[in-house]
Design a protein around this ligand. Structure first.
Ligand code: GAR
Length: 205
């Protein structure tokens, strides 16, 4: 069994999609913990309703970004994770933290990277007038929203879209591609070569 630790800051709908897929598809994996940096994150209750241990490590209680990341790392490592999943975890991470989980930390970003890194991706997609938008699952590296891409989902941008309607269309796709990418990782199917991710069948030799 592989251990997965999921980090959230809010609703946790991606976390829930992963938890459900893991159970329904009988992944050889345990969601060992869900950790939030916000005490009021609704996803904490959702995780608890599935019987998953939940924890809060509030960034507000630490004097520096480094001190927070250190405490977070200690908590995560107490579960001996094979994989750390950022699921709407809205914190910029220190280079040391990212390095510690190199090759075993995934993120989902609500845009077709490398377009629209950072915040307010749906607003910026509408303002720019792009005709397609989407979401990207990628390995986390030190540069924000720039790690090797595992998978992407594309949605149309419709004439009368608002930020909300576009976000909802993207989120629906996130709930499909993120569990799939996590499953591939757990099955040992993701290989990184020259900064590119290949999805390979398992090597039983
Ligand atoms: C998702 O849309 C995710 O892509 C985004 O936050 C939302 C979290 O929703 N993440 C980022 O913007 C990271 N830069 P959720 O809490 O319901 O999963």
């Amino acid at each position: 069994m592989k251990n997965i630790v999921i980090l959230i800051s809010g609703t946790g709908s991606n976390m829930e999609a992963i938890v459900r897929a893991a159970a329904n598809e009988r992944w050889p994996a345990t969601i060992a913990a869900v950790i939030s940096n916000r005490r009021d994150a609704p996803g904490l209750k959702t995780a608890a309703s599935y019987g998953i241990p939940t924890f809060v490590i509030s960034h507000q209680e630490f004097p520096t970004r480094e001190a927070f990341d250190q405490a977070l790392q200690e908590k995560i490592d107490s579960f001996v994770p094979d994989l750390v999943v950022l699921a709407g975890f809205l914190r910029i991470l220190t280079a040391g933290f990212v390095e510690h989980y190199a090759g075993r930390m995934l993120n989902i970003h609500p845009s077709l990277l490398p377009s629209f890194t950072g915040l307010n991706t749906h607003r910026r997609a509408l303002d720019t007038g792009v005709k397609v938008h989407g979401a990207t699952v990628h390995f986390v590296t030190a540069e924000l929203d720039h790690g090797p891409i595992i998978s992407q989902a594309v949605v149309p941008v419709l004439e009368n879209d608002t930020e909300e309607t576009l976000a909802a269309r993207v989120l629906q796709q996130e709930h499909i591609i993120y569990p799939h990418a996590v499953h591939c990782f757990i099955e040992g199917k993701l290989k990184i070569e020259n900064g590119r991710v290949h999805i390979v069948e398992k090597d039983y030799s």
